[in-house]
Design a protein around this ligand. Structure first.
Ligand SMILES: [Cu+2]
Length: 214
């Protein structure tokens, strides 16, 4: 009996120690679990926010952002018509327009409200060019934009659907100086809202250059 007591107290101490280790381990496991859960949550948030950024097809030759082949704008009951825009980009398309360096093969397109527009875009230069349209409804096109970008020579095709309102949409290449140097166009849906300024072959600049000398 006398021997039992130290053993018993030892085993109690051991149990307490084991308990501490186990609870410590458990706490650690919980902490690890919390971290893992947070990471999973962060990952899924990232995916959600990527979804919020819209869909994106991307490869070495370029990208398509916010393509929409089938989601109708709220104010459309059906797709009114399918329109195909075949447009080329390149330095050579600037030739008819003095003062420009880059150009599109066409600078104005027409479409009916609620039409689905398929853009077949060909880049004939060795540099990067975009066909980027602004002002689309943000609940379908995050940032209101649809875009095709091609790195060097190549062709990409993608579609989007316009809403029912009469509107003139700006189309351009957003690469530094390309808009200013000729890569600007307009898409007129329905009756549009007049021409945008500085569209090569279509409209004069809003503020003409002044070369007055005194
Ligand atoms: Cu460009």
């Amino acid at each position: 009996m006398q021997n039992n007591k130290p053993i018993k107290s030892f085993s109690t101490g051991l149990l307490i120690a084991l308990g501490l280790i186990i609870s410590g381990f458990y706490t650690n496991t919980q902490a690890v679990e919390t971290v893992v859960k947070a990471k999973i949550q962060h990952h899924s948030d990232m995916h959600k926010s990527m979804k919020g950024m819209g869909n994106m097809r991307m490869d070495i030759s370029g990208m398509v952002m916010n393509e929409n082949k089938d989601k109708l704008p709220r104010d459309c009951t059906e797709i009114s018509e399918d329109v195909t825009i075949e447009v080329k980009a390149g330095v050579k398309y600037s030739r008819p327009y003095p003062g420009t360096v880059f150009g599109y093969s066409e600078h104005q397109w027409h479409a009916k409200p609620c039409s689905r527009i398929t853009v077949k875009y060909t880049n004939e230069d060795e540099i990067r060019h975009q066909w980027m349209i602004h002002g689309l409804p943000k609940y379908l096109y995050p940032t209101g934009m649809f875009q095709i970008e091609i790195n060097g020579k190549g062709t990409k095709t993608a579609s989007f659907i316009v809403p029912s309102s009469n509107f003139t949409y700006l189309v351009h290449c957003d690469i530094a100086q390309h808009t200013e140097k000729g890569m600007k166009a307009e898409l007129i849906v329905g009756n549009g809202r007049g021409d945008l300024p500085s569209i090569p072959g279509i409209s004069a600049p809003k503020y003409a250059d002044s070369f007055n000398s005194k």
